[in-house]
Write a protein that binds this ligand. Structure first.
Ligand SMILES: Cc1cc2nc3c(=O)[nH]c(=O)nc-3n(C[C@H](O)[C@H](O)[C@H](O)COP(=O)(O)OP(=O)(O)OC[C@H]3O[C@@H](n4cnc5c(N)ncnc54)[C@H](O)[C@@H]3O)c2cc1C
Length: 459
C-alpha cells in the first residue's frame, strides 16, 4: 500500500493524493447511505486524465491494492465505502465538457461533470440531458449506478442515453466501447455491461451521451387522494392509457408533512397521499394530456386537481421533490439515522406493494415516508430512526419490503443499485446461474478482484 501511494504521488504530485483524515472520511462514509462500515480508504487520488487513471490502475494492479471510483458521492447503498481499504479515485479534476455536438444531439464529457451544471451550460442550444438523479450526482457515478429519476417514465434510464464510453480496466488497459452513432448492433454491448457495474469492472473516464430537445411547453399538476392505494391506482391507469406524462411522482402524507415543516416551497400542502404530474410537449399536447389525467384522477377519488403554470413555482415544486431525502435528514435529532431504500415491481403490483409497505411502517411504529417514481413501478421508503434502538426494526421493515417486491416479480432496487446494502438479495432476484455468470465476467475483467471489491457480489 505504501509503495503504491508513493508511486501515485510521484505521478500526480503532492496535491494529487491525500491521506488526510477528513478526505478519507468523506470518501468512505456518507450520512445518506443506508449502510456504513468502520473501514475507510487508505488514500484518495485525484487524477487529471485517462492516462493518469490508467497509470494509477497499473500501480494498484502491481501491488494488489483495491481501487474505488468516486464521482459525486451521492449514492445511497454504501457504494463507495472501502470494504478492504485501498485507494479512492476521485474524478473531481476531470470535470470538463470535452466536445458538444448540437447538430448530432450528443455531448462528450469527463466523469465528474454534474448533470445539473451540464444542462445549465447547454440550455441555449435547446437541448438537455433528461436523466435526473440526486442533485450532487456526476456523470461517472450516474453511469456506474445506471441511475434514473423523475423523468425516467418519459425518457428511460441512464443506459438509454449512453452512446460510448472510455473505460480503464483494473490492470490499466484503456478501451473505447464504440464510435459515435446513436445506435449500433456491432458486437457485444459493452456500454450495457459497464453501465450499472458500480465501479466493479473498470473506471469510466469519458462518456458520449445523447441529448433530447427541451420541450416547447411544460405543466405541473398536483392532486391529493384519500389513500395510497387510490393514488397508486390513478398513476398506473395513466400509464396504461398511454398518456405520455413527463413524470408522475407519489408522495405520502408523511413526506408532504415533512415538506411543510421545511417550508422551502413557499406554501403549505395538504398532508395526504399526493401525486405530482409533469407534462411536456407541444402546447396542444400538454393541454390534451392534462385533460386525460384529470379524468383518471377524478375516477380514483382524487381531490382538487391543481395545475401550476408559473415556471418558477414549477421549479420550486420539483426541487422540493428532489430534495425530499434531505428534508427528512433535516428532522434528525442526535442519535438519529436515515435509511433510504428503493424497490420496483411490475405496474399492476404497485397498489398492493405500496399499501402493504405503508401498513408495515405504521404497524412497527416507525417514522418513515414513502415516495416514488410510481409510473415506473419504482418507489422509495425513507425511515428516520434511533440508530441504537430501532436499527433492527428498520432492517426488518426494509427487508420485508424487498422480499415482497421479489415475490411480485420485482427487483430489490429500481435505480439506486446494489452496493453493499442490497448484496444479500441479488441471488434471490437473479438466480444462482446468473450470479455465477456475473462472477465469471468480473473475474475476466478484474482477475485480482481489486475494482471496488465487496460490492454487488463476492468471489
Ligand atoms: C437527495 C438525493 C436524491 C436522489 N435521487 C435519486 C433518483 O431520483 N434516482 C436515482 O437513480 N438515484 C438517486 N439518488 C442516488 C444517487 O444520486 C445516484 O445513485 C447517482 O447516480 C450517483 O452518482 P454519483 O456521481 O454521486 O456517484 P458516487 O456516489 O460517487 O458513486 C456511485 C458508484 O459509482 C461508482 N463510480 C463513481 N464514479 C465512477 C466512474 N467514473 N467510473 C466507474 N465507477 C464509478 C462508485 O464506485 C460507486 O460504486 C439520490 C441521492 C440523493 C442524495
Amino acid at each position: 500500500m505504501e509503495k503504491a501511494i508513493s508511486e501515485i504521488r510521484q505521478l500526480l504530485g503532492d496535491d494529487g493524493i491525500s491521506t488526510d483524515d477528513e478526505d478519507l472520511r468523506s470518501h468512505g462514509y456518507s450520512e445518506w447511505s443506508s449502510i456504513n462500515i468502520d473501514r475507510l480508504p487508505t488514500a484518495v487520488a485525484f487524477p487529471n486524465s485517462t492516462t493518469d487513471v490508467a497509470t494509477i490502475a497499473e500501480i494498484c494492479y502491481k501491488y494488489k491494492v483495491p481501487m474505488i471510483p468516486y464521482s459525486g458521492g451521492s449514492s445511497v447503498e454504501g457504494h463507495f465505502s472501502a470494504s478492504f481499504g485501498g485507494v479512492s479515485v476521485d474524478f473531481m479534476n476531470m470535470n470538463n465538457i470535452v466536445e458538444f455536438h448540437p447538430e448530432d444531439m450528443d455531448i462528450v464529457v469527463q466523469p465528474s461533470v454534474s448533470w445539473m451544471d451540464m444542462n445549465d451550460k447547454i440550455k441555449d442550444s435547446g437541448l438537455f440531458f433528461p436523466v435526473d438523479p440526486g442533485p450532487p450526482a456526476k456523470i461517472g457515478g450516474m453511469i456506474a449506478t445506471n441511475c434514473s429519476g423523475t423523468n425516467a417514465v418519459r425518457y428511460g434510464t441512464m443506459k438509454d442515453w449512453v452512446v460510448n464510453l472510455t473505460v480503464v480496466l483494473a490492470d490499466g488497459r484503456i478501451l473505447k466501447t464504440r464510435k459515435r452513432p446513436r445506435k449500433s448492433s456491432a458486437g457485444y454491448n459493452l456500454n450495457g455491461l459497464i453501465t450499472g457495474s458500480e465501479g466493479t469492472l473498470g473506471f469510466v473516464t469519458e462518456a458520449t451521451l445523447k441529448l433530447a430537445h427541451i420541450p416547447e411547453e411544460t405543466g405541473v399538476a398536483v392532486t391529493t387522494f384519500p389513500t395510497m392505494r387510490d393514488a397508486a391506482k390513478a398513476a398506473t391507469q395513466v400509464i396504461h392509457q398511454g398518456i405520455p406524462v413527463g413524470a408522475v411522482e407519489l408522495l405520502d402524507d408523511v413526506q408532504m408533512d415533512v415538506i411543510n415543516q421545511m417550508g422551502g416551497t413557499g406554501r403549505q400542502w395538504k398532508p395526504l397521499p399526493t401525486l405530482f404530474f409533469k407534462f411536456s410537449g407541444t402546447k396542444a399536447g400538454v393541454n390534451d394530456n392534462i385533460e386525460g389525467v384529470r379524468q383518471i384522477v377524478y375516477q380514483n377519488r382524487g381531490g382538487d386537481f391543481e395545475i401550476e403554470q408559473d415556471k418558477a413555482k414549477q421549479g420550486a415544486l420539483w426541487s422540493a421533490r428532489k430534495e425530499a431525502l434531505w428534508s427528512m435528514m433535516c428532522l434528525r435529532k442526535s442519535g438519529n439515522e436515515v435509511w433510504s431504500t428503493d424497490v420496483a415491481v411490475p405496474l399492476s403490483k404497485v397498489p398492493d406493494l405500496v399499501e402493504v409497505s405503508k401498513d408495515d411502517l405504521n404497524r412497527l411504529g416507525l417514522f418513515g415516508s414513502m415516495l416514488g417514481h410510481i409510473g415506473d413501478g419504482n418507489f422509495h421508503e425513507t425511515v428516520l430512526f434511533d440508530g441504537e434502538k430501532e436499527h433492527e426494526m428498520v432492517t426488518e421493515c426494509v427487508h420485508a419490503m424487498v422480499y415482497r417486491a421479489l415475490e411480485m416479480d420485482g427487483t430489490c432496487t429500481g435505480e439506486h443499485g446494489v452496493g453493499l446494502g442490497k448484496k444479500t438479495f441479488l441471488e434471490e432476484e437473479v438466480g444462482k446461474e446468473s450470479l455465477q455468470v456475473m462472477r465469471t465476467i468480473k473475474a475476466a475483467l478484474d482477475p485480482r478482484w481489486i475494482m471496488n471489491p465487496g460490492k454487488i457480489l463476492d468471489p
